[in-house]
Every structure is written in structure tokens, then in C-alpha cells.
Design a protein around this ligand. Structure first.
Ligand code: FAD
Length: 462
């Protein structure tokens, strides 16, 4: 039996005691959930408005998906960009992509202004394609990006593949042809099935440590305006025309606005006394998926990177439909303890959580999944096993897939007292940060342009 041991939580070094809510309370804004979405929403709200913020967390800060992810900073959507263009039109799709990419700058802003010490590594990351169709999907995205005024992504195709001459002429200028040796070197593999590579800006960070540090900063900077209650699960949210009331154990919290940053896995009931029912729709919006990861420590013989591999039969844009691809990140680990090593985290396998089924963070890691990750590294990653490689961590976390595969950011159409910054969709670090900024702008009273992240309910269009 392998316990669920996240390397991110192991690095928290937290000393702050968990304080549960022990009396009725009120605030301008109540934020439910203290993951990276809750923390960044609180940060921008405190910075950009005069509102007081009260944060409620069922467990402990950053112990949800934020503490159990792959920690890769990346800006792609887990559905083909082309399909977003089809659904929303080129302009809105490009704006959505630009919004997520803007979160790189927001991340820098937070780190600089709050003086955070959590290391964040930034580099060029790679995705390896083994099929012609996968490359076409990315060329299509590059075409849309260019038409919409976004910077092009680098796409390299192996000369040996024979794929370039088979491409329609309208893709010309959107890719380069190189030798397969170049492709394999970038992908750090000897697996000759990989014939093309997409290169884009990526990074990695311990998002749990970032979140914990940011919350510590907010508590120190805004003692009169920010309060945090952990071990304080919200059981019920009642929405009125001008306020919300949250039930936490025997106590209630009253707030003008309520922001759900719960990832999607709320264990509570919502009652809307001022408009259409929200509860049943909301509960069925988000599908649960458990993502499994394994971590290995190896000598510090290579720089930080993130690489994904799409074997035959897999689309290049994630797996909301259940396909499996593999990826790894590599970053320094344990430097502060004087034991600097590289931590290589591998992930890919996912399991759909049956409707209404309970997920428990305390469940053990699955031995078969750990073995498949081990096989993947063994067959693909050319530095593995390095003579000093040691298996160190195995963990899993819960993701919430929204039906459209896009994060839900904004006011609930059936009662705007309630707002959302949730729906992790497998890639959630940058979207959560962007969501935090967008929610703060709404709370500040700005009228925002329509976006692909807007919560929509046809019955209650505003
Ligand atoms: C295995 C895995 C790998 C991933 N890899 C990546 C990656 O490489 N890159 C990337 O960008 N994203 C990745 N993600 C997604 C990313 O981690 C999440 O999108 C992001 O951390 C979500 O943050 P959040 O704050 O929305 O949710 P969470 O961190 O889950 O926080 C939600 C919080 O709400 C609390 N909560 C829920 N219900 C209640 C309630 N009723 N009352 C009070 N509190 C409540 C929970 O306890 C939790 O702490 C991954 C996720 C998983 C699970």
C-alpha cells in the first residue's frame, strides 16, 4: 500500500495554527475555498477594492488540487483551440487565450509585490507528437493564433517523417522542418515514434507553497480586512437579493458577495431565494477525475523542463474524453535543506469519478498506476533511470471538468450575489490567477467585456 504523499505539501513548513470559525461573522466578501483560486481572488480583491474578505476552508490552506497537482505552469486549454473558436468565434477565443497568457504577468506581479520566496521556474517546454493528425491540430491552432494576433507557437516537424510535403500550402510559415535527431533531443527521448514537437513557454512551481505564502502575506498585510478560518466546511449557502448567508457548523457568515473557489467539489447546498434554482444545475456541472502522479529524485544533471508525449491515437490537447497521455516536469528540490536534487514528476493516468461518488485524499496510491508511470519513464525518458534515481513520492488529486472544458469565472446569472472562480479542468494554475483578477474587477464594480469563461444560464441571462 502506497500512501498519498504530495511533495508540495511536504514542503509547506507551516507553523500557523488552523483556526476554525467559532462565532457568527460578516464581511463584504466571503470566499469559499483556500486553494490557489481562493488565495489569488483574495489578493486582488484586497488590493483593488476596499472590501473586507472572509475566507472559509473546509480543510487546510492549499490541501486540495493546489497541493496535489503536477505543478506545471502552462497556458493551453484542455480542448482543441479550434473547437473554442467554433463555439465562441475567433475574437472571443483569442481574447480567452490572451487572458490566460496574461496570468504569467499577474503571477510576476504577485510574487514581486508580496515578496514571495517560493521558487518559480520558467523555460521552454515541449510536447511530442507521434501522428500526423496531432500536428495538423496544432497547425490549425497556430493559424487561428496568427489570425487573431497572438504570437505563433514553434512547431518543428522531422524531415524523416515525410509529413511536411503532405501538408496543405495554407500551413506554410507555421512550422519548420528539422532532423528527427533534433526532435528527439528536445523531447529527451530515444523513442523514434515521435516525429514532431510543439515548443511553448512553460514553467513549474509548488502552487501549494505559493498559496500558503500568499495567504500568510495577506494575513500580515490586511489584519483588519482579511480573516481566514480553516477546518470550517460550508454546509449551506442561502442567496438573497443583496447578500448571501453561509452556514458553517453552528455559525453563520453574512456577506454581500460570495465567491466559490471550491474547484467544483462543493459538499454543500445552495438555496436561491431571489431567482431560479441554482442547486441541481450546479451540482451536475462538474465531472470529477482523479489524476495520479509519481515523483523521483535524481542528481541535478539537467535544467528544469516540462515535456508531454502523445502516443499514437491521442489528441494533443489533454484528455477530457478519457485518453491518456504522459508528461513529466523536472525541477530542483530540497535546495533549502542542503540536499539539492532534481525532482522528476510524471503524470498522465486519470480515473473518472462516478457521479456522486466520494473522493478521499486519504486513499492510497494505486500500485498499477505507479507501475505504468514507471514504465513510461523507463521507455521514454532517456535520463531514467539515472544511477542515483530514487522513487520518492506518489500522489493523487481531484480535478473538476466543466462541461465545456473551460474555467468558470464570473457572476452566477441567476443571482449575481454568487460568483465563481472554479473548474480546474486539469490545467488550473494560470486560469485560477487570471480568475482571481477578473473576480476582483467585478467586485470593484467594473463592467467587463463578455468572455469565454462567463457562467451562462439561458434562463437567467443578464
Ligand atoms: C493530479 C492533478 C494534476 C494537475 N496538474 C496541473 C498542472 O500541472 N498545471 C496546472 O496548471 N494545473 C494542474 N492541475 C489543476 C490545478 O492544480 C488546479 O486547477 C488548481 O490548483 C485549482 O485550484 P483551486 O483553488 O480552484 O482548487 P483547490 O486547490 O482544490 O481548492 C479548493 C478548496 O476548496 C475547499 N472547499 C471545497 N468545498 C468546500 C466547502 N464546502 N467549504 C469550505 N471549503 C471548501 C477545498 O477543501 C479546497 O481546499 C492539476 C490538478 C490535479 C488534481
Amino acid at each position: 500500500m502506497i500512501p498519498n504523499t504530495s511533495p508540495w505539501l511536504a514542503q509547506l513548513n507551516r507553523t500557523r495554527p488552523a483556526v476554525p470559525l467559532d462565532a457568527d461573522a460578516s464581511a463584504d466578501v466571503a470566499i469559499v475555498g483556500a486553494g490557489i483560486a481562493g488565495a489569488t481572488t483574495a489578493y486582488f480583491t484586497l488590493k483593488n477594492t476596499n472590501d473586507s474578505v472572509l475566507m472559509l476552508e473546509a480543510d487546510m490552506v492549499a490541501h486540495g488540487a493546489t497541493g496535489h497537482n503536477a505543478g506545471q505552469i502552462t497556458s493551453y486549454f484542455e480542448r482543441p483551440f479550434e473547437s473554442i473558436v467554433k463555439e465562441f468565434g475567433l475574437e472571443l477565443a483569442v481574447e480567452g487565450q490572451r487572458a490566460i497568457e496574461s496570468a504569467w504577468g499577474l503571477l510576476d506581479e504577485i510574487v514581486a509585490e508580496a515578496g514571495l520566496k517560493t521558487p518559480a521556474y520558467r523555460f521552454t517546454g515541449y510536447a511530442g507528437c507521434s501522428e500526423f493528425e496531432q500536428v495538423v491540430e496544432h497547425l490549425e491552432e497556430n493559424k487561428d493564433r496568427t489570425q487573431g494576433g497572438l504570437p505563433q507557437e514553434t512547431i518543428l516537424i522531422a524531415e524523416e517523417s515525410g509529413w511536411a510535403p503532405a501538408l496543405p500550402s495554407f500551413y506554410e510559415g507555421l512550422y519548420s522542418v528539422v532532423s528527427q535527431e533534433n526532435i528527439l533531443a528536445l523531447l529527451e527521448t530515444d523513442d523514434r515514434r515521435y516525429q514532431a514537437v510543439i515548443a511553448s513557454q512553460k514553467g513549474c512551481m509548488n502552487s501549494a507553497r505559493f498559496t500558503e505564502e500568499l495567504i500568510g502575506h495577506l494575513l500580515a498585510t490586511y489584519p483588519g480586512r482579511f480573516s481566514l478560518y480553516e477546518k470550517s466546511p460550508v454546509a449551506k449557502v442561502t442567496l438573497y437579493e443583496d447578500r448571501g448567508e453561509l452556514v458553517v457548523g453552528e455559525h453563520t457568515v453574512e456577506a454581500r458577495r460570495v465567491v466559490l473557489c471550491t474547484n467544483g467539489f462543493e459538499q454543500f447546498h445552495i438555496e436561491n431565494t431571489s431567482g431560479s434554482d441554482i442547486d441541481t444545475k450546479f451540482h451536475h456541472l462538474v465531472q470529477g477525475r482523479i489524476g495520479y502522479m509519481a515523483g523521483y529524485l535524481e542528481s541535478m544533471n539537467a535544467s528544469p523542463v516540462a515535456i508531454s508525449y502523445f502516443p499514437k491515437g491521442q489528441p494533443v490537447t489533454g484528455d477530457p474524453t478519457g485518453e491518456t497521455y504522459f508528461y513529466f516536469t523536472r525541477r530542483p528540490h530540497g535546495e533549502e535543506e542542503g540536499e539539492a536534487k532534481n525532482l522528476v514528476c510524471a503524470g498522465g493516468p486519470e480515473q473518472v469519478l462516478p457521479n456522486q461518488a466520494e473522493y478521499s485524499r486519504n486513499q492510497h496510491c494505486r500500485e498499477d498506476v505507479r507501475e505504468s508511470l514507471d514504465d513510461f519513464l523507463g521507455s521514454t525518458y532517456k535520463h531514467y533511470p539515472d544511477p542515483g534515481t530514487e522513487y520518492a513520492f506518489c500522489w493523487h488529486g481531484l480535478m473538476g471538468y466543466t462541461p465545456g472544458g473551460l474555467r468558470r469565472i464570473g457572476a452566477e446569472p441567476c443571482n449575481p450575489v454568487l460568483l465563481y472562480n472554479l473548474g480546474c479542468n486539469g490545467v488550473g494554475i494560470l486560469p485560477s490567477i487570471y480568475g482571481g483578477k477578473r473576480i476582483a474587477r467585478i467586485l470593484a464594480g467594473e463592467a467587463l467585456e463578455t468572455s469565454i469563461f462567463d457562467p451562462v444560464d439561458q434562463r437567467c441571462l443578464i
